[in-house]
Design a binder for this molecule. Structure first.
Ligand code: HEM
Length: 84
């Protein structure tokens, strides 16, 4: 990663006028993503090997996002406890 060209990933642009909020935005997106994944189970009937991908400004699914989102059961609903 240290050897990676700084222009290899440029959603926040690059150079002296690049995005000032980059670290905050990355942190916020990771918190958002981990919160969603902790609370919901996301599945798709399409196997990932069969995803059709479109490399545009951002990487997209060519056939749309046919996904199923279900709430995960919390520890209190399953009766699970943390033991030391
Ligand atoms: C996913 C979120 C974000 C993306 C993709 C993004 C992307 C960008 C891009 C492409 C630029 C233009 C850089 C250029 O002109 O070369 C920019 C500029 C800027 N962004 Fe962001 N940004 C994000 C979030 C944020 C946040 C959260 C803040 C503030 C807390 C922020 C503050 C700024 C500022 C102040 C500039 C102007 C920098 C300058 O002109 O010197 N951005 N951003």
């Amino acid at each position: 990663m240290r050897q990676r060209n700084p222009y290899a990933f440029i959603p926040f642009s690059a150079g002296p006028r690049s995005c000032l909020g980059r670290k905050y935005a990355m942190l916020k997106m990771k918190i958002l993503l981990s919160t969603i994944l902790r609370k919901y189970r996301i599945t798709s009937d399409v196997a990932y090997q069969n995803f059709s991908l479109l490399a545009e400004i951002t990487l997209k699914r060519g056939d749309g996002f046919n996904i199923k989102i279900e709430p995960r059961k919390t520890a209190s609903q399953t009766g699970d406890t943390i033991s030391s």
